[in-house]
Design a protein around this ligand. Structure first.
Ligand code: B12
Ligand code: SF4
Length: 564
């Protein structure tokens, strides 16, 4: 088998857990879909691999692997992020037992390659450079081992993703990437370790060609620009938005957009204007905490420069709704953090508020600091490693079911009592996902958002949305806790225009997921509390650490890397 042969390549996307905050399967099903988003990384990998190969993509969120897939495969490519780790390992195991050559790559294998030692090839870092390295070595007679490029390639050479390998109808939205990297330096962030601090953007022509491709393939609706920080390089993003406006106008706004950006977006009216012009509807922001002191300690000062509510309201004025991430468990966090978080979420009216526990991800400045301070816990066994400083990350940031940092444990010795953190965290989740609080938040935000809604669903998209509306309305009416709230919100927004109706309906639909997901998270916190009180062999807070384990700087341990 040689790369120049005509090989059959099976690409597998492992499943996400239905308890993951972002994997809102019930909502997807109401839209006749199976999953939230297609695996853009793997679609890009398919475009980088030799194009004379035959490809088949199986997304395990959509369908199962069947015997015919294994018979098709000369080789398998699999990869993904941390919560997919158990699934990736299962595919590797099965491929090994069947004697099928398997290559692995993506975020988690790059961050912790040792976990994936059973794969035949570990193709790490960005595929644009590591895939050619792997194929060259294969041609030279060595196709096994690690192929890791630390080089950060210009994305101007990245080919358009192979969208032809998926059925758009299986997904709620599709992703397109404009840039990689983020100029900031948050201590807990692994994005800057994986993709660097110098944002690299595609050209305007490239991004429009990708949108053309989606348009020509008949896709309409929601496009997520999956950048690490969309405004990381404003000088490049602005001309792109101007061209996108013209492109959208010429095609009668076939798409609307979402993305991720830092809070300083609110300080740039020109940029907000340009985003409104092309129908940006959602922007995800890592707010992390409303406490300026904690923001400063975690190196996210960009959030502390102006009041959070003022910035969020400013973004609402441009018709863009803010979804946000919040974190519990920072060092120096004070008792009563639950009240502070709840007040911030209420004041800003952020409907999709993903509050999670701080997880020291592999390969981050935070992990390296905690390691130096002897505070990291081995996640697998939950033993305190401060004594001998053995350092082992097995599956940090996920519980045994492969979920996310909502239901996980804090994987380090916390600065205040971890039981108090879990209790406060649980209270936040139970409060903000209480039906009344959630539906009230939707209504108040729907009323204050100055929505534009240039994209209008037509044809199959309109028919799909109507079916979804009927299904959601039926679910909400059946459910005693939502019946009245749902119809109150529906009637209050009914005559406020199509954009507000759509916003309100899509936010309310998410409750089908968050109702169960928040209860699950709360139950997990009860387990964490029980574990910390009755079973844990590690200290509940830093002040209980034995003297031996107090911070000692070991010169052999890596210190924070000087980032590019
Ligand atoms: C868009 C996005 C999402 C979207 C869509 C996800 C999807 N289905 O694709 C949503 C919002 C759903 C999401 C959710 C989550 N996400 Co997310 N997400 C991203 C984001 C911003 C972009 C991913 C992307 O599409 N990139 C574009 C493609 C082209 O790049 P790529 O995937 O990295 O692929 C390249 C290489 O990695 C490589 N490659 C990738 N796979 C393979 C495979 C092989 C075989 C080879 C050879 C190479 C290779 O080649 C590609 C080209 O260079 C990244 C940040 C980032 N920059 O990666 C986070 C990120 C991947 N997400 C992350 C996390 C943690 C999550 C969540 C668990 C968050 C949570 N707490 O719940 C959830 C779980 C997902 C779920 N559905 O349940 C982490 C992963 C950390 C880790 N070390 O694994 C990242 C890195 C961000 C972060 N640090 O927080 N996410
Ligand atoms: S702003 Fe976001 S992407 Fe940038 S360094 Fe901070 S957490 Fe990472």
């Amino acid at each position: 088998m040689q790369p120049d042969d005509q090989l059959n390549c099976l690409i597998v996307q492992p499943a996400f857990s239905s308890k993951n905050y972002w994997h809102y399967v019930k909502v997807a099903k109401s839209l006749d879909a199976h999953a939230v988003a297609p695996p853009l990384g793997l679609l890009t990998v398919a475009a980088i691999l030799p194009q004379h190969w035959r490809f088949r993509l199986v997304d395990l969120n959509v369908k199962d692997l069947v015997e015919d897939d294994w018979e098709f495969a000369d080789l398998i490519c699999v990869g993904g992020m941390l919560p997919q780790q158990p699934g990736i390992l299962r595919v590797i195991q099965e491929a090994n037992s069947r004697g099928v050559y398997v290559a692995v790559g993506g975020a988690d294998p790059t961050s912790q390659p040792d976990v994936y030692a059973d794969a035949d090839a570990l193709v790490l870092g960005e595929g644009e450079v590591s895939i050619p390295m792997w194929l060259d070595s294969w041609r030279d007679g060595n196709r096994f081992g690690q192929f890791h490029s630390v080089e950060r390639p210009a994305v101007t050479n990245t080919p358009p993703p192979r969208f032809d390998l998926i059925d758009f109808k299986d997904y709620v939205h599709v992703g397109v990437q404009f840039s990689r990297g983020c100029p900031f330096n948050c201590e807990f962030c692994d994005i800057i370790e994986l993709f660097g601090r110098v944002p690299r953007s595609k050209t305007t022509e490239q991004i429009l060609a990708e949108l053309d491709m989606l348009y020509d393939m008949g896709y309409r609706g929601w496009v997520d620009l999956v950048d690490d920080n969309f405004i990381g390089n404003k000088r490049q993003v602005k001309p792109m938005l101007v061209a996108l406006k013209k492109w959208s106008e010429e095609r009668n706004y076939p798409f609307y957009f979402s993305t991720e950006a830092t809070m300083n977006l609110a300080d740039d009216d020109d940029l907000l204007n340009k985003m409104r012009d092309v129908d940006f509807r959602f922007v995800f922001m890592g707010i992390e905490t409303p406490d300026p002191k904690l923001l400063s300690l975690t190196q996210k000062r960009v959030n502390a420069m102006k009041p959070i509510a003022d910035r969020v309201n400013k973004i609402y004025d441009y018709g863009i709704s803010v979804t946000a991430g919040f974190i519990f468990g920072f060092d120096e966090e004070k008792t009563g953090n639950d009240d502070v978080m709840i007040a911030c979420i209420e004041e800003t009216g952020i409907v999709i508020a993903m509050v999670g526990l701080l997880v020291a991800l592999p390969n981050t400045q935070l992990t390296r600091r905690l390691q130096r301070e002897g505070r990291l816990l081995s996640d697998e066994k939950h033993v305190f490693d401060g004594q001998d400083r053995t350092y082992q990350i097995v599956t940090v940031g996920q519980n045994t079911d492969g979920e996310d940092n909502q239901a996980a444990e804090l994987n380090f010795v916390t600065s205040r009592d971890r039981v108090e953190i879990y209790r406060e965290y649980k209270r936040v989740i139970e409060t903000i996902y209480d039906a009344k609080v959630f539906f009230d938040r939707i209504l108040s935000t729907a009323l204050r958002l100055k929505l534009v809604g240039k994209h209008r669903p037509r044809g199959w998209e309109a028919r799909r949305d109507l079916r979804a509306f009927l299904r959601v309305a039926w679910w909400m009416t059946k459910n005693k806790s939502t019946r009245w709230l749902y119809w109150r919100n529906t009637l209050r927004t009914l005559f406020l225009g199509q954009a507000k109706v759509q916003f309100c309906q899509s936010m309310m639909a998410l409750f089908m997921h968050y109702e169960g997901q928040s209860r699950y998270t709360a139950r997990q916190m009860d387990e964490n509390i029980n574990h910390a009180i009755n079973h844990a062999k590690f200290p509940r807070q830093v002040s209980e650490m034995p003297m031996l384990a107090l911070p000692i700087v070991d010169p052999n341990l890596p210190v924070s890397k000087e980032l590019a």
